[in-house]
Design a protein around this ligand. Structure first.
Ligand code: IPE
Ligand code: IPE
Ligand code: MG
Length: 245
């Protein structure tokens, strides 16, 4: 072997960003293409999530934030919504069982009070039990909306002012971030949206100010490890200026 190692060996991959966020989109279209019910697409999407979360852990990603259900997704049929809730339920049961093996830390972003009491309890348990783990933190966005998150944060701060605990001028960008679901979590460097749509659909509006967006044509159930590699490679080709030169 020469000084620079085996030429045939794959070039060393650039490190993954600390925080990757994904809008898990395209489940319905994936199902439609196969003449399956939309719920089958969500089941396939849940499988992809398991695989990609695992891959993120092996890549050393510290935070993985996934958009699983938006504040607008309640507009879908009762059948589809309850199908998604069932899948979440079984995923969380399984995650609780595998916790000691997987060492994933869970957090939930969103207004959980609209979920069933059982689901709320599973979320609470997963968050509590996994708080001892530090390998990869998965932030699950459930009944999450970026605007809703900002409004809630503003309301919480306003309440503290009304209670005489704070002064309006104490509100800085940094202080405001502490009222968001994402308090303590650094902003995502990379946001990936599969399925070909090129919009945020109300995802991480505050936190994405300087995120790099990678939009991909693949549907979420078909999204593989190589697609994540491609998104990370694209991220490394970007020139992040943060308003400077
Ligand atoms: C994303 O896939 C999952 C959720 C929004 C819950 P979709 O269900 O939006 O799939 P498409 O966009 O209809 O293909
Ligand atoms: C965004 O996808 C929400 C999730 C992936 C959970 P949608 O499918 O709901 O977004 P739109 O309706 O295409 O904008
Ligand atoms: Mg969609």
């Amino acid at each position: 072997m020469g000084l620079f190692g085996n030429q045939k060996q794959e070039k060393e991959k650039l490190p993954a960003p600390r925080h990757i966020a994904i809008i898990m989109d395209g489940n319905g279209r994936w199902a439609k293409k196969r003449a399956l019910p939309r719920t089958a697409g969500h089941a396939a999407g849940a499988e992809t999530f398991r695989r990609i979360a695992n891959y993120c852990r092996t890549l050393g990603v510290e935070y993985l934030t996934v958009y699983a259900f938006s504040t607008e997704n309640w507009r879908r049929s009762q059948e589809e919504v309850s199908g998604i809730m069932k899948l979440l339920h079984s995923y969380l049961l399984e995650a609780l069982q595998d916790m000691e093996k997987n060492h994933v830390r869970f957090r939930f972003f969103g207004d959980l009070t609209r979920l069933s009491p059982e689901l709320q309890e599973l979320c609470r348990k997963a968050e509590q039990i996994s708080s001892q783990y530090h390998e990869v933190q998965v932030n699950f966005c459930l009944n999450y909306g970026g605007r809703d998150e900002i409004v809630r944060a503003a309301r919480a701060f306003a309440q503290e002012v009304a209670d005489g605990k704070r002064q309006p001028q104490e509100l800085t960008e940094e202080a405001f971030g502490k009222y968001l679901y994402s308090a303590e979590v650094p902003d995502p460097e990379l946001i990936i949206r599969p399925s070909g749509e090129m919009r945020t659909s109300n995802f991480l509006l505050w936190q994405s100010a300087y995120s790099e967006f990678v939009f991909m044509d693949v549907l979420w159930p078909d999204f593989g490890e190589k697609d994540l590699d491609a998104a990370i490679a694209e991220y490394h080709r970007r020139n992040r200026r943060f308003g400077g030169v």
